[in-house]
Write a protein of this length. Sequence first.
Length: 193
Amino acid sequence: MSLIDSYKYELQLLRDFIEVETKLKMTEKIADEITKVFKNGNKILICGNGGSNCDALHFAEEFTGKFRKERRALPVISISESSHITCVGNDYGFEYIFSRGVEAYGKNGDFLIVISTSGNSANIIEAVKSAQQIGIKTCALLGKDGGKLRDICDYQFIIPGVTSDRIQEIHMMILHIIIEGVERNMFPENYKE
């Protein structure tokens, strides 16, 4: 596959995604859910491994900092702090690094977003289990066929790409559009034409 073919492949993945109306509507639904979470005084938790961890951090900082225009900071926590991860990994095992974070920070009414290009990451699966026990709604951004996490969360996006990089590029687009949707809901004055 040439570099030009890589662009064409990514474009086809994106076309396949946006041609399914239910996926676009689900993006709006998640933005509405997150808006309710914030309005009820709750927070968003998000986690992923490797590049997906970087995407989780990126998502969180867009809310705690600024996305497009000035507005108040909104509570999103990426479960990625290195001392937490190494402590829990050492004491309990790597598969519990995110579930322990969900236990520590999560409460009923919060919302958890998990990112896994394989859908098979044990630590992501454990995070979802912990969230469900607490009463936290969940959304998964997955790749390939969705793996073990397929149909486990309240909401899911499955990008059927072959490689993690192409999947993550669509995941980040989805996350950015969700952020925009939340801002449009909560700060409509920032989006007046």
